[in-house]
Design a protein around this ligand. Structure first.
Ligand code: PEP
Ligand code: MG
Length: 755
């Protein structure tokens, strides 16, 4: 909170600015007056205002202190110099010694060489940078945080003048995009699979704030209180909607979000901004701008997620304050492709679901809360579609191909035709797979393959019946931990695991214990810095070093599965001793349960994931100890080839169908079979028809994959001459090829295998 004197000062300043803004004269004259007032008020020798113009150029529009002839002459590209840096990153800078900053760009016409210190803030309006406001001092001045805040508040007021269209021609295209109006293909990241065609609706149409400066702060505070109350009851109503209240992680996400609406820190910041003299809407907008700026600097996915929720709430409150509750009711097309910079989970639910075809965001990650909710609603989502907001116009036709991580703006006839065909083919295939659902996954020559589901959320569970899978081959328990704001205690875990087992309706579920670390971080867990996270402190390593956490999970699993079959597997086992240690924890919990008189599972099977290559050389010792093995080919391949599985540059470099991979996998399944230890493969390979075909050819009889893959894999199996393939593959495994992909494809073609 700024000191009392601070905010009173800035309130007086805001009043004076308001008088100037409302006064007579051209916009240019008013701007000239404004920079003079600011310079005097902030005791700065210089105050300058740069305005963004076409071609991403910042033009000096008004200055107090720099040479007057530089006005409308000095121009900097966005990103150039300190002013350009402020605009490019939409963040404030305060430098006591600006000239020694590497980004300092000296412009002789301004005469600014005599000014040592600089403080600048972006002028943001409607979510875009409109210009930059700068003050400079001759001496090395350390600007205080309160001063930066005050300048930010002034910049907000100035945004009104800049956006008013009187300084520059409002039709001037600020983001000159040579591709405007043309067909465009953009890439992104698949956050929820699927294919959709529709018309672009820009999420969060600009809300224009009519009044920035308030007469009566107390009246504004009352408006904030009223709007917060209205927003809370709207959120409650949303949570009570039948398809949301049904439960599952998406509900947890929304509950956590609802809790944010009570956040005192957030409401406190709005209050503070009102007390500086802003209207309620302007205060919320200011907090929103601050949030965006903070977001730009945060890379931690969990914190970003929280800030996105906060941004969502700010927007929601703004809508309540301005009375512009934009929801489905406001003339939406029937096929909405929502385009957003980012979006909170509740915002998605504001839209009429029957019209929503897809969501495209400039930001977002697979664990983004909105992505989790969208998956629950079966809406394709493409994230990290860079620049989409600059390139799309409302109403544009958009094809979203989330499966292939791409989208087409204003697609031509050819693109539309081909998507039309793909959509129809998908519909036909879906109908075909539905017909296969109850048919066995057996090859024409009688080889039966068990097809299982990879799951991670409760909403995945109904798929077991939908696709006709034999069970859950991999339940990634960490996902449920990742979407919660705090560590789920044992009763919460018991409830979750009970529900999973209940939804499985007697089919076996293989629970993998927490596989966190590397790219999967728990928000409430102190993940220590790892130089090489994939090789670092993760999965079972954490479990054994923090046994209380692993034991709690085991206890919850044992309790939930009382009287039933329970399968538990441990991720990233690197040596037999680790498996023994994990088993010992299970034994301790079994013993405790026995003493408490709790009913144990009717049958308990413990397995190890084979993901670390070293384990392949310990099979003689490992196999007698385990009830089953599960091959995590995603990690196994990354470690075999020393090739980061998440690095797009390496994505195509090594092939899962390389003879060396198949040799190793064949050896694993053969040796396990000798000891009668069942093996499932649960990495991505299992869900790709050609690769799954090869796995069956080398002896795999149990695969686990995402729900959408079960139909295509079953179709492949039902057309595969497994014995001929096995004989053919046996002749190929000794080769030194990069990949056996072409040969296997040719085999499939020759034998009419449905790939
Ligand atoms: C694997 O590594 O293959 C696997 C199934 O586990 P995850 O993808 O969750 O690491
Ligand atoms: Mg793994």
């Amino acid at each position: 909170m700024p000191s009392g004197a601070g905010w009173v000062g800035s309130r007086q300043l805001l009043k004076r600015l308001r008088n100037v803004m409302a006064g007579a004269g051209s916009a240019q004259r008013r701007l000239d007056q404004i920079v003079r007032i600011i310079a005097a008020d902030m005791v700065a020798e210089v105050c300058s205002c740069y305005v963004l113009r076409a071609g991403a150029v910042l033009e000096l529009f008004a200055t107090e202190g720099l040479k007057p002839e530089a006005v409308h002459q000095t121009r900097l590209r966005v990103g150039e110099g300190l002013v350009g840096d402020i605009a490019a990153h939409a963040r404030a800078l305060a430098l006591a010694d600006a000239q020694s900053h590497p980004n300092f760009a000296y412009r002789p016409e301004t005469g600014e060489e005599i000014y040592q210190s600089l403080m600048g803030v972006p002028i943001i309006g409607a979510g875009r940078v409109l210009g930059v406001l700068v003050v400079q001092n001759r001496t090395q001045r350390n600007y205080a945080d309160e001063e930066i805040e005050a300048l930010e508040t002034i910049a907000m007021v100035l945004a009104e003048l800049l956006a008013g269209g009187q300084l520059i021609d409002p039709s001037e295209p600020l983001a000159t995009d040579p591709a405007a109006g043309m067909q465009l293909r953009l890439e992104g990241v698949r956050l929820s699979g699927g294919l959709a065609v529709g018309h672009a609706v820009l999420h969060r149409p600009r809300i224009s704030i009519a009044r920035m400066i308030a007469e009566d702060p107390q009246a504004e505070l009352a408006r904030v209180r009223e709007a917060v109350a209205g927003m809370r009851s709207a959120l409650d109503a949303m949570l009570a909607a039948p398809d949301v209240s049904a439960g599952g992680e998406h509900r947890d996400v929304l509950e956590a979000y609802r809790m944010f609406a009570e956040d005192r820190g957030w409401l406190g910041r709005i209050r503070e901004a009102v007390l500086t003299g802003l209207t309620a809407e302007a205060a919320v907008q200011k907090v929103l701008n601050d949030t965006r700026v903070r977001m730009g600097q945060i890379t931690d996915p969990y914190l970003r997620e929280r800030l996105l929720d906060l941004e969502d709430l700010n927007n929601r409150l703004l809508l309540h304050l301005t009375g512009t509750i934009v929801t489905a009711a406001t003339a939406l097309p029937n096929d909405v492709v929502l385009i957003a910079r980012s979006m909170g989970p509740a915002e998605l639910l504001d839209y009429d679901r029957s019209r929503l075809r897809a969501l495209v965001m400039e930001e977002g990650s697979a664990t983004a809360h909105v992505a989790i909710v969208a998956r629950a609603l079966d809406i394709p989502v493409l994230g990290r579609a860079c620049g989409v907001l600059d390139k799309v116009e409302p109403g544009d036709q958009v094809v979203v191909d989330a499966d292939n991580a791409q989208l087409f703006l204003r697609p031509g006839e050819d693109v539309l035709d081909s998507f039309d065909q793909s959509m129809r083919a998908r519909d036909t295939a879906r109908r075909y797979y539905v017909r296969l659902m109850d048919l066995p996954a057996v090859t024409p020559d009688g080889v039966a393959v068990s097809l299982n589901l990879n799951a991670g959320l409760l909403i995945d569970m109904p798929n077991l019946a939908v696709v006709g899978a034999d069970g859950v081959g991999l339940y990634r328990t960490e996902i449920a931990f990742m979407v919660r704001p705090s560590y789920p205690d044992v009763p919460t875990q018991i409830e979750l695991y009970c529900r999973i087992l209940e939804l499985a309706q007697g089919k076996p579920v293989t629970f993998r214990t927490l596989d966190v670390g590397a790219d999967k971080k728990l928000p409430y867990f102190n993940h220590e810095f790892d130089e090489n996270p994939a090789l670092g402190w993760r999965a079972l390593r954490i479990g054994l070093d923090r046994p209380a956490m692993l034991r709690q999970q085991i206890r919850a699993l044992l309790t939930a599965a009382a009287g039933q079959r329970l399968r538990i597997m441990f991720p990233m086992v690197a040596e037999v001793a680790e498996f023994d240690a994990a088993r010992a924890l299970v034994d301790v919990e079994l013993e405790r349960a026995h003493r408490r008189g709790t009913q144990p599972p009717e049958r308990l099977e413990l397995g190890a994931m084979v993901e670390v290559p070293a384990l392949a050389w310990q099979l003689d010792q490992l196999l007698p100890r385990v009830d089953f093995l599960s091959i995590g080919s995603n990690d196994l391949l990354q470690f075999l080839f020393a090739s980061d599985r998440g690095n797009p540059r390496l994505a195509e470099r090594y092939d899962p169908l390389a003879p060396v991979v198949l040799r190793i996998l064949a050896d694993l399944v053969r040796r396990a079979a000798q000891r009668r230890v069942p093996v499932t493969l649960c990495g991505e390979m299992a869900g790709r028809p050609l690769q799954a075909m090869a796995l069956i050819g080398i002896g795999y009889r149990s695969l686990s994959m995402p729900a959408a893959a079960i139909g295509p894999i079953k179709a492949m199996i039902r057309s595969l001459p497994a014995t001929s393939l096995a004989a053919y593959l046996a002749t190929l495994l000794d080769r030194a090829d990069h990949s056996l992909g072409d040969r296997l494809r040719a085999f499939a073609r020759d034998h009419d295998v449905a790939l």
